[in-house]
Design a protein around this ligand. Structure first.
Ligand code: GDG
Length: 741
């Protein structure tokens, strides 16, 4: 197995300076546990912030910390006070956190914070690059480091890079509010594998990639330059054994006794969160208030233990929330409480693990009602500790965990009525039903625990390396390119068949503006006149456009995917006699589709009708294409028509006419000793498929193809053609020589 380099904002070991001395505490968080087997095998390096504010730490101290952490396979990234303020409290927690949790009202859009986010991501990149090698498996964690995958990819093109997002990925309508949305997406796309807790988050992410960056995807796989980027679901689990075995821990037993002494035989509801506005704490309190209003008989019989773990106290919205929660608890306790009974017991602190587990064990109900939550591990931990298997989980449908914990009472966290009713249902639920529900959830949690989660991610990440290697093997290598050039140089009758849009110029949202520039025309002229190749432009464009753009060159023009052909200074010829009465029949239907589809255009050519949807909402376009195919299916077979799917266009034309038919015609023109075909979309596949095996054929874009080789971009095509255009045709015209023009 390859070495794993983990990168997260915080290291699993925290360094703290007290009275001039550095102290270390080890975190037993989920992530550290999940990765412990990699870590213990010494095959793992962990890079992150050790929790110290760098300004106060002198260079020799930093060295000491570095040495200490290195013994635990950890590498520190030191942050300054200003980094923490602007990157951590700032862009991470005042911009990404609220926005990704659907709180645009708490979101700050400040350039200063963004710059700091970029700077700290670069600091992390430097630290990783100092230690990582090209053959490492690098796993980056969470929203603080979303730019890191691309920063690393730039310097380590062959590294295997994974990213896991622990928080939700919001819907496009929310995500697009962010001024730096494209930068974040591009940052993530540096990874080979991007993991999310739920499929909803993947859908949102892919949708954003498609709409904002224009990259298509199939089966959660994005074709991105020369690479494929995969998005997949990995619902994070917990350290199941650790929680399920706490019952026998004497410390926990002691805590349970102490809780029971204080609460008697009252029913107990546990609610525990980091104090955060995403957690729905105020709504939960209102629901408990309503429950007590509606069920006066429950007074003095039930207590809610509300644990708030202090968090991000430097951020004002968190401080305000604390004040609001205190006020709400005061009101409820004042309204319903009595001497000796407070309906809400409030603890504002971090609890020791044993107390946390004792509470999970003792409480009859867990009320986990975040307004948004990537996963929520508290829900899973509560279920795992239930030894006698009784207990009821009330869980928000907005938590990722709800996807796997259908046996909980699932509620809408904004629906106070529903939560109040759920509390009643939970307190009245038969023991047998409680046991059944908990047992089913436990079975699932045991299977996919945090270690399995981590191993699953890493092994899927390693699989992407094989996929990349496969793609690379199809790439036109330097060696093969040299061979192609040498064969071209030694040829006397060479044919180049070039597609136009997507091969010589980029696809454009305004196709009529994709006019060939002076440089491209000069290149084509050199290829034909200086180097003596026969060059054919094989395009779906109509003959008028090709004539206008290339009429003055010595290029062979093939229009409408091979309906028409024109040799230099000759007339247009039709390849085969064509029927086009069918257009009258189908045109009204296509016009209706175009009218109902904003952004689409109907193009009428001599022998075809093309429905273009480059500027249409991609989902609507997909729907329309399938409707259109259904609507014309009968006519297509009756009239002997065919449907050709191109890049954001479908074209209806006479069956049997495609770039393959014109390709065969071109091949028969002379006794060629060198042929090369280059194209980028589905319509070019017809051409690739009729070419003899030894013919050079190149696909632009690294998608599956019938072409022998792939190149990444139009730029590479141009570079190749430039070289070919420097090979001078000799006077005898039966060989060429490479010269500088
Ligand atoms: C992010 C996402 C996602 C809490 N209070 C105490 C305490 N805890 C422990 C719990 C649990 C953890 O903290 C909280 O985990 P969550 O999942 O609820 O939330 P975040 O930390 O915000 O984590 C979240 C998670 O990443 C994993 O991907 O689930 O959605 O926001 O493990 O046990 N532990 C102790 N005392 C406490 O008072 N000892």
């Amino acid at each position: 197995m390859k070495r794993i380099v983990l990168v997260s904002n915080r290291l699993p070991i925290t360094a703290e300076k007290k009275k001039g001395q550095i102290h270390y505490t080890t975190s037993v968080g989920g992530l550290a546990t999940g990765l412990d087997s990699f870590h213990q095998s010494n095959k793992c390096l962990w890079i992150g912030w050790p929790g110290l504010k760098g300004d106060r730490i002198m260079a020799p101290e930093k060295e000491k910390i570095r040495t200490h952490l290195y013994q635990h396979n950890c590498i520190p990234v030191f942050l300054t006070r200003s980094d923490i303020e602007k990157f951590y409290d700032g862009f991470s927690n005042k911009t990404i956190w609220p926005l990704f949790h659907y709180f645009p009202q708490h979101t700050f859009y400040e350039t200063d914070l963004w710059k700091s986010y970029v700077h700290v991501n670069e600091l992390f990149a430097d630290a990783v690059l100092e230690h990582a090698r090209d053959d490492d498996v690098i796993w980056v964690h969470d929203y603080q480091l979303m730019l890191l995958p691309a920063l690393l990819r730039e310097k380590l093109p062959n590294a295997t890079i994974g990213f896991f997002l622990h928080i939700p990925f919001p819907s496009l309508e929310i995500f697009r509010l962010l001024p730096w949305r494209n930068e974040l997406l591009t940052g993530l796309l540096g990874a080979d594998l991007i993991g999310f807790h739920t499929y909803d988050y993947i859908r949102h992410f892919l949708n954003s990639v498609r709409r904002l960056l224009g990259h298509e995807y199939t089966f959660s796989q994005i074709s991105y330059g020369s690479r494929l980027v995969k998005a997949d679901v990995f619902p994070m689990g917990i350290d199941y054994k650790r929680f399920s075995s706490v019952g026998s821990d004497p410390e926990v037993k002691k805590e349970i006794t102490s809780i029971r002494e204080k609460t008697g035989d009252r029913a107990l509801i546990i609610a525990i969160d980091r104090l955060d506005y995403t957690k729905g704490i105020l709504q939960r309190l209102s629901a408990f208030d309503l429950f007590l209003d509606r069920n006066p008989d429950m007074k003095e019989k039930v207590t809610m233990i509300l644990v708030e773990v202090p968090s991000r106290t430097a951020v004002e919205s968190y401080r305000q929330l604390k004040r609001d929660i205190d006020e709400s608890i005061g009101r409820i306790n004042g309204k319903h409480g009595s001497l000796g009974w407070a309906p809400v017991l409030n603890l504002y602190r971090t609890l020791p693990f044993s107390t946390l587990c004792a509470l999970y064990q003792t409480c009859d109900v867990a009320l986990v009602t975040p307004l948004r939550d990537g996963m929520n591990l508290v829900a899973k931990e509560y279920v795992a500790t239930k030894k006698e298997n009784s207990g009821v989980l009330i869980l928000s449908e907005m938590a990722g965990a709800a996807r796997e914990m259908g046996e909980a009472i699932v509620v809408n966290p904004n629906n106070i009525d529903e939560i109040a009713a759920a509390i009643k249902e939970a307190l009245c639920m038969e023991k047998e039903e409680q046991v059944n529900r908990i047992a089913l959830m436990q079975q699932r949690l045991t299977r996919y625990d945090v270690r399995r989660w981590a191993h699953d991610f890493v092994s899927r990440l390693e699989q992407t390396r094989h996929l990349r290697e496969k793609l690379q093997s199809h790439r036109l290598s330097k060696k093969m390119r040299d061979k192609l050039i040498s064969e071209a140089a030694n040829s006397s009758k060479a044919l180049l068949m070039l597609d136009y849009d997507g091969t010589l110029v980029p696809h454009s949202s305004k196709p009529h503006k994709s006019i060939p520039g002076e440089k491209l025309l000069q290149l084509l002229n050199r290829l034909t006149d200086f180097s003596g190749y026969d060059v054919a432009i094989v395009s779906g464009r109509n003959k008028e456009t090709l004539e206008r753009w290339f009429g003055k060159t010595n290029v062979i023009l093939c229009a409408e995917h091979g309906v028409w052909i024109k040799k230099p200074s000759d007339k247009w010829e039709i390849l085969e006699p064509q029927e086009n009465n069918w257009k009258k029949e189908l045109k009204p239907l296509l016009e209706l589709f175009t009218d109902r589809t904003p952004g689409s255009v109907l193009e009428e050519k001599d022998y075809s009708l093309a429905f273009h949807f480059r500027n249409t909402d991609p989902e609507l376009a997909a729907l329309r294409v399938s409707e259109l195919k259904d609507a014309i299916l009968d006519q297509v077979s009756n009239l002997n028509l065919g449907i050709i799917e191109g890049n954001k266009v479908i074209e209806i034309k006479n069956a049997g006419i495609n770039k393959g038919t014109v390709g065969l015609k071109l091949l028969q023109l002379k006794d060629w000793d060198f042929t090369l075909a280059i194209g980028d979309d589905e319509t070019d596949e017809y051409l690739f498929s009729v070419l003899p095996k030894e013919t050079w054929s190149i696909k632009v874009g690294m998608n599956p193809t019938r072409a022998r080789f792939g190149v990444e971009s139009i730029k590479e095509v141009k570079e190749l053609l430039e070289i070919l255009s420097k090979i001078e045709q000799s006077c005898s015209s039966d060989s060429k020589k490479l010269t500088e023009v």
